[in-house]
Structure formats: C-alpha cells, structure tokens
Design a binder for this molecule. Structure first.
Ligand code: LLP
Length: 435
C-alpha cells in the first residue's frame, strides 16, 4: 500500500521528510513518488522474470499508461527494462526519455496511420497488431520505411478475469485483438504471413488489470501455447515469443494482498514449460507488461482539508463530509470503477476518537468521492493534510482538467531529497489552448 520509504505511525514521512514539509514546499494536492521504490520494483519484476524463465526470459515492458513522464522514462532507460506504449503521445515521452527504440513495444486497438509510421520510423522493437486493418497498415509503413517490422498478434484467449468489467480485456465480447475461439486469430496469422515486410514473432494477450489470482494468467498461457503448437504443425516453424501482458494486482486497503512477482512468475513458468513439453515445443521467450504493480504503490496523494460538515443519515447515524482540494480530477478510479482507497491524517498525530467520514473532492458533482467510507479522527480541521496511498497507477495518468482544475504535480523523493518531476499545471496552462 505505502511505498517502502514511507513511515506511518508517527507523523507521516517519506525518506525522512515530513509530508507536511513537502506540502508546504510544493503545495497540495500533489503526487509524492518514491523513486527508489519505483526503481526497486522494476528490478524485482525483472529478476522475477529472469529467475523463473532463465534463458527463456524475454523483457519486462513497463506499461507506460499506468504513469509516465520524461523523468520516469529516463529511469526506465537507466534500469534497462523495456516499455509498452499505446499511443503516439506515450511513444514521444519514451523516446524523449532516451529509451532505446528497440526496447519499445507499441500497443493500441486503433493506432492511427501516423502513429504507426512514427513507431516504424523510430525503429521500435515490436508492434502488437490488433486488427486486420492494422496488418495492412503496419506492413505498408514498413515497406515505406524499408524495414522488416517485428510484430506480435494480440489475441483474446476468451477468459473472464476476476476484476472490474471495465478493466477485463480477454473475454470474447471485447474490442481488443483477435479471438482464438472464433478463428479470427488464425485468419490474422495467415494474413500476416503474406507480408514480407512483417516478421511475425509470436502472440500477445493481456487479460485485464488488478488481477489477484494467477489462474487466469495460466489459462491464457495454455491457450496461447496451444496456438503456437498449431502454428508449428501447419507451417513447420516455431514462433519465438509470447507476451503475457500485465494486470498483476496490488494492495489498496489495509489487509489487501498483492501478487508477489517471484511466486507469480514461478507459477507461470511451470505452466509454460509443462504446456510446451506437452506440445513438444521449445519454450518461447516470455515477456510481461506490469504497470500498476510497478508504479501503483510508489505514489501517494497529499490533499489539504478545506471544509467539514456533518449530516444525519436516515437511520439517525452521523456522516462527516471532509472536502479536500482535489478529487475526481486527480483520482478518477473511485468514480469509474468504484475503486476503494484509504487515507491517513498526514501532518500530525492524533489520538482523538475516530468517526465515520466520507472524503470528497472539490468538483461540482455528488459522485466526486475520494473515499466513500472511512473512520478518521474526529478532530480533523480545515488546514489538516490527508494522504491517500497507492495512487501511482492510473492516478496522475488519468487526471483531467474537469472544472478547469489544474492537474497536480509529481514530486519525486529519493535519499532525503525532493524534486519536481512533473510541475503543477497553472491557469496559464489552462488558457493556453484557447484561441
Ligand atoms: N498491457 C496492456 C496491453 C494493457 O492494456 C495494460 C493495461 C497493461 C499492460 C498494464 O496493466 P497493469 O499491469 O497496469 O494492470 N485504468 C484502469 C486500468 C486499465 C488498464 C488498461 N490496460 C484502472 O485504473 O484500474
């Protein structure tokens, strides 16, 4: 939930800096990011993949959509893992951060021709093809740039992953990829092979996000491997790569579990080697795309309390509304997925009794809720700070300017020093697009 250099229990601090001091220096709301924790999490996933798969380990591609900025792209470059981007914008940031194009993998169910051309021209390692149209578009871009582009086909293995409907991606009735069951995947394989400007390297599947059990990943791997075997039987050649996507779940609330990288990779490696042995296939290079499980726990959001009011519910109970200076513009997940978070009083300790509270934002709608129900100290007053952990993934990256609220900055903290890596938006930024 909290990143490794955060201390709770006393006054909240990160890498020995009190959060109150950060709020004073950088303002609120703000995303505070634990740089060492981010780097360690990248390294942990990388070593979990290598340990489990040995010489068959492909790449860890950090899923940029969870959170990316140029400085984080530089960290990724230093650490040496790959990155998955799904738009021209994410690609631009990755390249600006100096990431080797060969370590970039490009996704998206509706990449524009311009995005495809930009990716091919940049020399990205892999493009994950999502539709029949795209087979033609990527092939044409490769011809135009005089290259043979490595591609994977995105497949939907027909799995109902245990997660929120909006973030499950591998069942049949979904916009992504080629269905294995319907034969669409086979059609795409045949079509891709017709293009000498495309090198089909293998298959990709991403079954969903915030998944907390390994069984769905295992079924996905089995179905992809069965298709690799069918390919070998038909074409007398083996495809060398499988990308099993991201989706590894993290803890948001006290008592939540998260998928442990080492044991998750070990379980996957066992399935992959057993299935490959059963089909008499050599084990392909296995890649993964964790986003949330790398960046999620590395950030928390700090808010300042602005107003407080008590209401009496129909059953006679009291509910305290605590309004903070951000809300659904910096954390859309509660409104979008009924996602749950926790929070702590961040600028002081209090032994006051706790009462049932609802933390709400400053936006003009009732659904602007940060935390629907939480017991918080009853002496919280305007000016106090609240910190919400585990907001690193899909927090700042899905932030909006709703109600013309400028988006919060990202402050990276490492070895007792804090610095801005994404500055706070200003009203001038907001006006900057108006003609
Ligand atoms: N690879 C692909 C192809 C993906 O579509 C995604 C996420 C990932 C990797 C990374 O998944 P992760 O490891 O972060 O779970 N906005 C939603 C999550 C949407 C995920 C979209 N794709 C949320 O806030 O829960």
């Amino acid at each position: 939930m909290w990143s490794s250099n955060v201390k709770t229990g006393a006054e909240l601090s990160i890498s020995s800096i009190p959060v109150a001091q950060l709020a004073k220096e950088f303002g609120t709301p703000a995303f505070i990011m634990d740089e060492s924790d981010f780097r360690n999490r990248c390294a942990t996933w990388n070593s979990a993949l290598s340990t489990a798969f040995g010489s068959n380990a492909g790449s860890v591609y950090y899923a940029a959509k969870a959170f990316i900025c140029v400085e984080v792209a530089r960290w990724i470059k230093d650490i040496g893992i790959g990155i998955d981007v799904c738009t021209g914008g994410e690609l631009t940031v990755a390249l600006k951060g100096g990431i080797d194009p060969a370590k970039i993998e490009v996704h998206g169910n509706n990449k524009s021709v311009a995005e495809i051309e930009k990716a091919v021209a940049a020399g990205v390692g892999t493009i994950v093809i999502d539709s029949l149209y795209e087979i033609e578009r990527v092939a044409a871009a490769a011809v135009k740039h005089g290259v043979v582009q490595k591609v994977l086909l995105r497949l939907t293995p027909g799995i109902e992953a245990h997660t929120h409907e909006s973030i499950a991606t591998a069942h049949e009735d979904v916009k992504f990829g080629f269905s294995i069951a319907s034969g669409a995947a086979w059609g795409a394989i045949v079509q891709t092979r017709k293009h000498s400007s495309l090198e089909l390297r293998g298959f990709h599947a991403h079954i969903g996000s915030q998944i907390l059990e390994t069984d769905s990943f295992e079924i996905s791997a089995q179905r992809l491997i069965a298709l690799l075997a069918k390919y070998r039987d038909e074409f007398s050649a083996e495809l060398p790569e499988l990308d099993l996507g991201g989706g590894y779940g993290i803890a948001y609330l006290p008592g939540d579990t998260e998928l442990d990288p080492a044991s998750t990779m070990k379980a996957l490696a066992q399935i992959v080697s057993a299935q490959c042995a059963a089909h008499k296939l050599s084990v392909p290079k296995i890649s993964i795309e964790p986003g949330r499980s790398i960046v999620g726990p590395t950030m928390f959001t700090v808010y300042e309390v602005g107003t407080i009011k008590d209401v009496t519910l129909e059953n006679g109970a009291n509910r305290r509304y605590i309004s903070v200076d951000g809300g659904m513009s910096d954390n859309l997940r509660p409104a979008l997925y009924a996602a749950e978070y926790t929070a702590l009083l961040a600028n002081r300790t209090s032994t006051a009794p706790k009462i049932s509270s609802r933390i709400v934002g400053k936006h003009c709608e009732t659904g602007d809720i940060v935390i629907r129900e939480i017991d918080l100290e009853n002496d919280i007053v305007p000016g106090d700070l609240l910190a919400t952990p585990a907001t690193g993934a899909y927090g700042r990256s899905m932030a909006t300017n709703y109600n013309h609220v400028p988006r919060p900055p990202v402050i990276a903290v490492k070895d007792g020093k804090a610095r801005v890596i994404v500055r706070r938006e200003t009203e001038a930024d907001l006006l900057g697009l108006d003609i």
